[in-house]
Design a protein around this ligand. Sequence first.
Ligand SMILES: O=C(CO)[C@H](O)[C@H](O)COP(=O)(O)O
Length: 267
Amino acid sequence: MFSTKFPLSGVSRAVRMVTTTAPEAEMAPIEQAKKRAAYACGEKYVHSGCRLGVGSGSTVKYLVEYLKQGYQNGQLKDIICVPTSFLTKQWLIESGLPVSDLDSHPELDVCIDGADEVDGQFTCIKGGGACLAQEKIVQTAAKHFYVIADYLKDSKHLGDRYPAVPIEVLPPASQPLLLSIPRAEGGSCQLRQATKKCGPVVTDNGNFIIDWQFEKNVSGRDWLAIQQRLANTPGIVETGLFIGCVDAVFFAYSDGSVKEIVNAKKH
Ligand SMILES: O=C(CO)[C@H](O)[C@H](O)COP(=O)(O)O
Protein backbone atom coordinates (compact mmCIF):
# COMPACT_ATOMS: atom_id res chain seq x y z
CA MET A 1 0.00 0.00 0.00
CA PHE A 2 1.36 3.44 -0.81
CA SER A 3 0.12 6.95 -0.47
CA THR A 4 0.79 10.02 -2.56
CA LYS A 5 -0.60 13.49 -2.30
CA PHE A 6 -0.97 15.79 -5.23
CA PRO A 7 -3.05 18.83 -6.01
CA LEU A 8 -5.55 18.49 -8.86
CA SER A 9 -7.34 21.69 -9.80
CA GLY A 10 -7.00 22.93 -6.24
CA VAL A 11 -8.25 19.67 -4.78
CA SER A 12 -5.91 17.71 -2.57
CA ARG A 13 -6.21 13.98 -3.10
CA ALA A 14 -4.37 11.12 -1.50
CA VAL A 15 -4.35 7.98 -3.62
CA ARG A 16 -3.93 4.66 -1.86
CA MET A 17 -3.78 1.23 -3.43
CA VAL A 18 -5.92 -1.01 -1.28
CA THR A 19 -6.27 -4.76 -1.00
CA THR A 20 -9.51 -6.60 -0.42
CA THR A 21 -10.55 -10.09 0.57
CA ALA A 22 -13.52 -10.01 -1.84
CA PRO A 23 -13.95 -13.65 -2.88
CA GLU A 24 -13.00 -14.35 -6.48
CA ALA A 25 -15.86 -15.63 -8.57
CA GLU A 26 -16.71 -16.15 -12.22
CA MET A 27 -18.32 -12.87 -13.11
CA ALA A 28 -18.01 -10.09 -15.65
CA PRO A 29 -15.11 -7.67 -14.99
CA ILE A 30 -17.51 -4.83 -14.24
CA GLU A 31 -19.30 -6.91 -11.59
CA GLN A 32 -15.98 -7.99 -10.13
CA ALA A 33 -14.97 -4.33 -9.92
CA LYS A 34 -18.19 -3.36 -8.13
CA LYS A 35 -17.68 -6.18 -5.67
CA ARG A 36 -14.05 -5.29 -4.97
CA ALA A 37 -14.90 -1.63 -4.39
CA ALA A 38 -17.71 -2.55 -2.00
CA TYR A 39 -15.68 -5.08 -0.04
CA ALA A 40 -12.60 -2.85 0.18
CA CYS A 41 -14.65 0.02 1.58
CA GLY A 42 -16.58 -2.22 3.97
CA GLU A 43 -13.39 -3.80 5.28
CA LYS A 44 -11.89 -0.41 6.01
CA TYR A 45 -14.80 1.65 7.30
CA VAL A 46 -17.47 -0.66 8.75
CA HIS A 47 -16.78 -1.85 12.28
CA SER A 48 -18.76 -3.46 15.07
CA GLY A 49 -21.15 -0.96 16.63
CA CYS A 50 -21.26 1.10 13.44
CA ARG A 51 -24.41 3.03 12.61
CA LEU A 52 -24.32 2.76 8.85
CA GLY A 53 -26.22 4.46 6.05
CA VAL A 54 -26.56 1.97 3.20
CA GLY A 55 -26.92 3.45 -0.29
CA SER A 56 -28.71 2.09 -3.32
CA GLY A 57 -27.80 0.42 -6.59
CA SER A 58 -26.02 -2.61 -7.96
CA THR A 59 -22.66 -1.79 -6.33
CA VAL A 60 -24.30 -1.43 -2.93
CA LYS A 61 -25.76 -4.91 -3.35
CA TYR A 62 -22.22 -6.23 -2.90
CA LEU A 63 -21.83 -4.13 0.22
CA VAL A 64 -24.95 -5.76 1.64
CA GLU A 65 -23.40 -9.15 0.78
CA TYR A 66 -20.26 -8.14 2.67
CA LEU A 67 -22.27 -6.94 5.67
CA LYS A 68 -24.28 -10.16 5.74
CA GLN A 69 -21.13 -12.28 5.84
CA GLY A 70 -19.53 -10.18 8.56
CA TYR A 71 -22.69 -10.13 10.63
CA GLN A 72 -23.23 -13.87 10.31
CA ASN A 73 -19.65 -14.83 11.16
CA GLY A 74 -19.58 -12.47 14.14
CA GLN A 75 -16.94 -10.06 12.81
CA LEU A 76 -19.47 -7.24 12.60
CA LYS A 77 -21.43 -7.04 15.84
CA ASP A 78 -24.16 -4.58 16.83
CA ILE A 79 -24.28 -2.74 13.54
CA ILE A 80 -27.32 -0.64 12.60
CA CYS A 81 -28.22 -0.29 8.91
CA VAL A 82 -30.28 2.65 7.67
CA PRO A 83 -31.33 2.09 4.03
CA THR A 84 -31.69 4.78 1.39
CA SER A 85 -34.40 3.09 -0.66
CA PHE A 86 -37.18 0.52 -0.58
CA LEU A 87 -35.01 -1.99 -2.47
CA THR A 88 -32.01 -1.63 -0.18
CA LYS A 89 -34.32 -2.09 2.79
CA GLN A 90 -35.56 -5.36 1.26
CA TRP A 91 -31.99 -6.57 0.67
CA LEU A 92 -31.06 -5.79 4.27
CA ILE A 93 -34.13 -7.56 5.64
CA GLU A 94 -33.55 -10.62 3.42
CA SER A 95 -29.93 -10.70 4.64
CA GLY A 96 -31.01 -10.74 8.28
CA LEU A 97 -29.24 -7.46 9.01
CA PRO A 98 -30.52 -5.04 11.68
CA VAL A 99 -32.53 -2.36 9.86
CA SER A 100 -33.41 1.00 11.33
CA ASP A 101 -34.34 4.50 10.18
CA LEU A 102 -33.44 8.09 10.86
CA ASP A 103 -36.32 8.44 13.34
CA SER A 104 -34.57 5.96 15.63
CA HIS A 105 -31.00 6.81 14.58
CA PRO A 106 -30.85 10.43 13.39
CA GLU A 107 -27.05 10.43 13.52
CA LEU A 108 -24.95 7.89 11.65
CA ASP A 109 -21.24 7.15 11.73
CA VAL A 110 -20.78 6.32 8.09
CA CYS A 111 -22.74 6.27 4.85
CA ILE A 112 -21.55 4.16 1.91
CA ASP A 113 -23.16 4.54 -1.50
CA GLY A 114 -22.55 4.11 -5.19
CA ALA A 115 -22.50 6.89 -7.78
CA ASP A 116 -23.13 7.34 -11.47
CA GLU A 117 -20.09 9.57 -11.88
CA VAL A 118 -17.41 11.10 -9.65
CA ASP A 119 -15.25 13.92 -11.02
CA GLY A 120 -11.78 15.12 -10.09
CA GLN A 121 -13.21 17.46 -7.45
CA PHE A 122 -15.17 14.63 -5.72
CA THR A 123 -18.45 16.03 -7.07
CA CYS A 124 -20.85 13.18 -7.80
CA ILE A 125 -23.87 12.62 -9.96
CA LYS A 126 -26.26 10.22 -8.29
CA GLY A 127 -29.84 9.18 -8.90
CA GLY A 128 -29.51 6.79 -11.82
CA GLY A 129 -31.68 4.52 -9.70
CA ALA A 130 -34.04 7.38 -8.74
CA CYS A 131 -33.15 7.15 -5.02
CA LEU A 132 -31.26 10.43 -4.77
CA ALA A 133 -33.44 12.26 -2.23
CA GLN A 134 -33.28 9.60 0.46
CA GLU A 135 -29.63 9.00 -0.42
CA LYS A 136 -28.80 12.62 0.25
CA ILE A 137 -30.83 12.72 3.47
CA VAL A 138 -29.04 9.65 4.84
CA GLN A 139 -25.65 10.89 3.63
CA THR A 140 -26.20 14.21 5.39
CA ALA A 141 -26.99 12.39 8.65
CA ALA A 142 -23.64 10.57 8.53
CA LYS A 143 -20.29 11.83 9.82
CA HIS A 144 -18.42 10.28 6.90
CA PHE A 145 -19.43 9.50 3.34
CA TYR A 146 -17.66 6.93 1.17
CA VAL A 147 -18.41 6.20 -2.48
CA ILE A 148 -17.91 2.77 -4.02
CA ALA A 149 -17.65 2.62 -7.78
CA ASP A 150 -16.32 0.74 -10.77
CA TYR A 151 -13.92 2.26 -13.28
CA LEU A 152 -16.72 3.50 -15.56
CA LYS A 153 -17.67 6.16 -13.01
CA ASP A 154 -14.22 7.73 -12.71
CA SER A 155 -14.14 11.04 -14.60
CA LYS A 156 -12.33 14.34 -14.79
CA HIS A 157 -15.35 16.51 -15.51
CA LEU A 158 -18.99 15.77 -14.85
CA GLY A 159 -20.67 14.66 -18.05
CA ASP A 160 -17.64 12.71 -19.30
CA ARG A 161 -19.27 9.52 -18.06
CA TYR A 162 -22.93 10.20 -17.24
CA PRO A 163 -25.03 12.46 -19.43
CA ALA A 164 -27.52 14.05 -17.04
CA VAL A 165 -28.27 15.23 -13.53
CA PRO A 166 -31.33 13.45 -12.14
CA ILE A 167 -33.69 15.78 -10.29
CA GLU A 168 -36.56 14.61 -8.08
CA VAL A 169 -39.62 16.83 -8.50
CA LEU A 170 -43.13 17.06 -7.11
CA PRO A 171 -45.50 15.75 -9.83
CA PRO A 172 -47.59 18.97 -10.19
CA ALA A 173 -44.39 20.93 -10.87
CA SER A 174 -43.00 18.57 -13.50
CA GLN A 175 -44.36 20.19 -16.68
CA PRO A 176 -43.34 23.76 -15.75
CA LEU A 177 -39.92 22.51 -14.62
CA LEU A 178 -39.33 20.68 -17.91
CA LEU A 179 -39.46 24.12 -19.52
CA SER A 180 -37.92 26.33 -16.86
CA ILE A 181 -34.81 24.29 -16.00
CA PRO A 182 -33.36 24.37 -19.56
CA ARG A 183 -34.36 28.03 -19.86
CA ALA A 184 -32.38 28.88 -16.73
CA GLU A 185 -29.51 26.41 -16.99
CA GLY A 186 -29.26 25.44 -20.68
CA GLY A 187 -29.33 21.88 -21.96
CA SER A 188 -32.55 19.90 -22.14
CA CYS A 189 -34.83 17.99 -19.79
CA GLN A 190 -36.75 14.75 -19.98
CA LEU A 191 -39.28 13.22 -17.67
CA ARG A 192 -37.91 9.77 -16.86
CA GLN A 193 -40.27 7.10 -18.14
CA ALA A 194 -40.94 3.76 -16.49
CA THR A 195 -40.19 0.63 -18.48
CA LYS A 196 -42.80 -1.76 -17.09
CA LYS A 197 -45.51 0.79 -16.31
CA CYS A 198 -47.24 3.34 -18.49
CA GLY A 199 -46.01 6.80 -17.69
CA PRO A 200 -43.24 8.29 -15.59
CA VAL A 201 -40.98 6.66 -13.01
CA VAL A 202 -42.44 7.23 -9.56
CA THR A 203 -39.82 7.46 -6.80
CA ASP A 204 -40.01 5.82 -3.36
CA ASN A 205 -41.34 9.20 -2.20
CA GLY A 206 -44.15 9.35 -4.79
CA ASN A 207 -42.39 11.94 -6.94
CA PHE A 208 -41.12 12.12 -10.54
CA ILE A 209 -37.58 12.28 -11.91
CA ILE A 210 -36.45 14.87 -14.45
CA ASP A 211 -33.13 14.08 -16.14
CA TRP A 212 -31.42 17.36 -16.94
CA GLN A 213 -29.02 16.85 -19.84
CA PHE A 214 -26.61 19.69 -19.31
CA GLU A 215 -24.40 21.14 -22.01
CA LYS A 216 -20.99 19.54 -22.02
CA ASN A 217 -17.62 21.21 -22.44
CA VAL A 218 -18.65 24.33 -20.54
CA SER A 219 -15.45 25.37 -18.81
CA GLY A 220 -15.45 26.46 -15.18
CA ARG A 221 -19.02 25.44 -14.48
CA ASP A 222 -19.98 26.26 -10.89
CA TRP A 223 -21.84 23.13 -9.77
CA LEU A 224 -22.42 24.49 -6.28
CA ALA A 225 -24.19 27.57 -7.64
CA ILE A 226 -26.26 25.37 -9.95
CA GLN A 227 -27.20 23.11 -7.04
CA GLN A 228 -28.22 26.12 -4.96
CA ARG A 229 -30.36 27.57 -7.75
CA LEU A 230 -32.07 24.25 -8.41
CA ALA A 231 -32.64 23.55 -4.72
CA ASN A 232 -34.28 26.97 -4.40
CA THR A 233 -36.72 26.27 -7.23
CA PRO A 234 -40.28 25.50 -6.12
CA GLY A 235 -41.24 21.92 -6.93
CA ILE A 236 -37.70 20.58 -6.90
CA VAL A 237 -37.30 18.16 -4.02
CA GLU A 238 -33.59 17.37 -4.48
CA THR A 239 -30.93 16.98 -7.13
CA GLY A 240 -28.48 14.19 -7.76
CA LEU A 241 -25.52 16.53 -7.37
CA PHE A 242 -23.48 15.58 -4.30
CA ILE A 243 -20.96 18.33 -3.66
CA GLY A 244 -18.31 18.70 -0.97
CA CYS A 245 -19.45 15.69 1.04
CA VAL A 246 -17.25 12.80 -0.10
CA ASP A 247 -14.53 11.63 2.30
CA ALA A 248 -13.13 9.07 -0.12
CA VAL A 249 -13.96 7.12 -3.25
CA PHE A 250 -13.10 3.48 -3.74
CA PHE A 251 -12.59 2.95 -7.47
CA ALA A 252 -12.10 -0.61 -8.65
CA TYR A 253 -10.51 -1.24 -12.04
CA SER A 254 -10.71 -4.00 -14.64
CA ASP A 255 -7.15 -5.18 -13.81
CA GLY A 256 -8.34 -6.11 -10.30
CA SER A 257 -6.79 -3.13 -8.53
CA VAL A 258 -8.69 -0.91 -6.11
CA LYS A 259 -7.73 2.67 -5.31
CA GLU A 260 -8.97 4.67 -2.39
CA ILE A 261 -8.93 8.34 -3.41
CA VAL A 262 -9.07 10.34 -0.22
CA ASN A 263 -10.43 13.88 -0.21
CA ALA A 264 -7.72 15.60 1.80
CA LYS A 265 -9.97 18.64 2.28
CA LYS A 266 -12.15 16.56 4.59
CA HIS A 267 -9.26 15.14 6.64
O1 LIG B 1 -27.50 6.93 -7.11
C1 LIG B 1 -27.83 5.79 -7.21
C2 LIG B 1 -29.25 5.34 -7.18
O2 LIG B 1 -30.11 6.44 -7.10
C3 LIG B 1 -26.80 4.73 -7.40
O3 LIG B 1 -25.90 4.80 -6.34
C4 LIG B 1 -26.10 4.97 -8.70
O4 LIG B 1 -27.08 4.98 -9.72
C5 LIG B 1 -25.06 3.90 -8.99
O5 LIG B 1 -25.69 2.67 -9.19
P1 LIG B 1 -24.90 1.36 -9.61
O6 LIG B 1 -24.06 0.96 -8.44
O7 LIG B 1 -25.99 0.37 -9.93
O8 LIG B 1 -24.07 1.70 -10.82
